[in-house]
Design a protein around this ligand. Structure first.
Ligand SMILES: [Fe+2]
Length: 284
């Protein structure tokens, strides 16, 4: 007696082969975006010519750090530690911080510990960002001061060398604070060069109408996810015009840092590595 072997039926899964490949690719991109790129710090050097700079400041080294967004993530802390080490390795004259130091109140102490490792001959100066306001501006300011950082809220301080002066001015956060440009620039004598810190780069239109030589900002994180050719998918309020890098706005230079950390939406970085920048200033 012969038995009939039932035909083997090829049951199709819910996904086609192409669907499975796309899913795998998406998973690889997510793992890379969450665990690899956020800790892959890029160190950038830029020479900047400021015509009003006194010759005494020729060769001054200024490091910018921005948007640390200190939080519970191990990879975020790794990136901040690397940024602090990289900043000190430049043996800088100044370290300038352009806002958004924490994502959650529980990370304020950790941020203070990490930033207390910064070393610069002429000091470390900072302004607050919108996330610092959303977290606890008084506690963030106190933590920065405890770490040896001078917090500028609509004020300016001179840096002196051989009788010449360069001013560092800082604006309160433009989104959540009370920025007052006139007040910040009031103590600066006409003709003195000025570097102005403000978290949100889209203030540049307003700032460039004043005698400011260089504006340093952050806030946008370059968009965090950048498509080839198309650039950032999403940019935040007051961060739409200048997403990253160097710009000339009227007679003013503007630099927008991609920052160190990540925040919502996404908590990932793709094609937009965290960044620390060292500027060397030159007169014409
Ligand atoms: Fe921000």
């Amino acid at each position: 007696m012969t038995t009939k072997t039932p035909a083997i039926s090829r049951k199709r899964g819910p996904l086609s082969r192409r669907g499975r490949v796309l899913l795998l690719l998406l998973a690889v991109l997510l793992v890379y975006g969450i665990f690899v790129e956020p800790a892959w710090l890029q160190v950038t050097r830029r020479d900047i010519t400021l015509p009003r700079l006194a010759p005494e400041f020729d060769g001054l080294r200024v490091v910018q750090l921005s948007d640390l967004h200190c939080g519970p993530s191990f990879f975020n802390k790794m990136a901040i530690r690397r940024a602090v080490t990289a900043a000190n390795a430049f043996d800088p004259d100044l370290i300038l911080l352009t806002g958004d130091y924490v994502n959650v109140p529980g990370s304020i102490g950790e941020m203070r510990r990490l930033l207390s490792g910064l070393r610069a001959r002429r000091g470390v100066l900072a302004v607050l960002g919108n996330h610092d306001y959303w977290t606890d501006p008084a506690a963030v300011t106190a933590a920065l001061r405890a770490a040896g950082v001078t917090v500028l809220q609509n004020e300016a301080v001179p840096v002196e060398r051989g009788g010449a002066r360069l001013w560092i001015a800082g604006l309160d956060d433009a989104w959540e604070g009370r920025p007052d440009l006139a007040r910040a620039l009031r103590p600066i004598p006409a003709g003195d060069p000025v570097i102005l810190l403000v978290h949100e780069p889209d203030m540049a239109g307003l700032v460039s109408q004043q005698p400011v030589d260089l504006q340093l900002s952050g806030h946008v994180h370059g968009g965090q996810v950048r498509l080839p050719f198309a650039g950032a998918i999403v940019t935040p309020h007051l961060g739409h015009k200048y997403p990253l890098g160097m710009y000339r706005v009227n007679d003013m230079r503007l630099h927008v840092s991609r920052g160190i950390g990540v925040t919502w939406p996404g908590l990932i970085r793709l094609n937009c590595r965290p960044e620390i920048t060292c500027f060397t200033l030159y007169k014409l």
